[in-house]
Design a protein around this ligand. Structure first.
Ligand SMILES: [Zn+2]
Ligand SMILES: [Zn+2]
Length: 145
């Protein structure tokens, strides 16, 4: 479900998280965060750099990565390991993914039952679980078509 957020709403979320963590609110962080909010889900740092090229000329890939890592720490996005480049999910809520080994695309999956089973298996082995995600990989429907 997509909610309609104004640029001011989008900024307010980031400003609150940055201030809460004692970090500076910079025009670059705000601009990147706005682009992320307007981007398709599961974006790569390279894709964000391309999006940002007109607004933030001279921006370098390592800067984009560190901004994305910061946003992940702040809980604004979630980093998901995927074949090829890491992808950043603009929906930070817990959910699982199918990754395509051919095109690298990430698809959301509802596997709450599988996630609960994975968690129980880890707990049954005596481990203290902090988070559980399920990643299914293969060739996606789009690549098969
Ligand atoms: Zn694919
Ligand atoms: Zn996702």
């Amino acid at each position: 479900m997509e909610s309609i957020a104004t640029p001011a709403d989008v900024d307010a979320v980031l400003v609150a998280r940055l201030r809460g963590a004692g970090l500076r609110v910079t025009p670059q962080r705000l601009a990147l965060h706005r682009l992320i909010a307007a981007s398709p889900r599961h974006l790569t740092a390279e894709a964000l750099l391309r999006e940002a090229a007109t607004e933030l000329p001279g921006l370098a890939l390592p800067t984009v990565y560190s901004a994305l890592e910061l946003f992940a720490e702040l809980g604004v996005v979630r980093r998901v390991a995927a074949p090829g480049a890491a992808r950043y999910d603009t929906d930070p809520s817990p959910h699982d993914h199918f990754t395509c080994v051919r095109c690298g695309q990430l698809y959301d999956l509802d596997t709450s039952a599988g996630r609960a089973a994975a968690r129980r298996a880890a707990e049954g082995a005596g481990h203290a679980v902090e988070s559980a995600t399920v990643v299914v990989s293969g060739v996606c429907a789009a690549c098969l078509a």
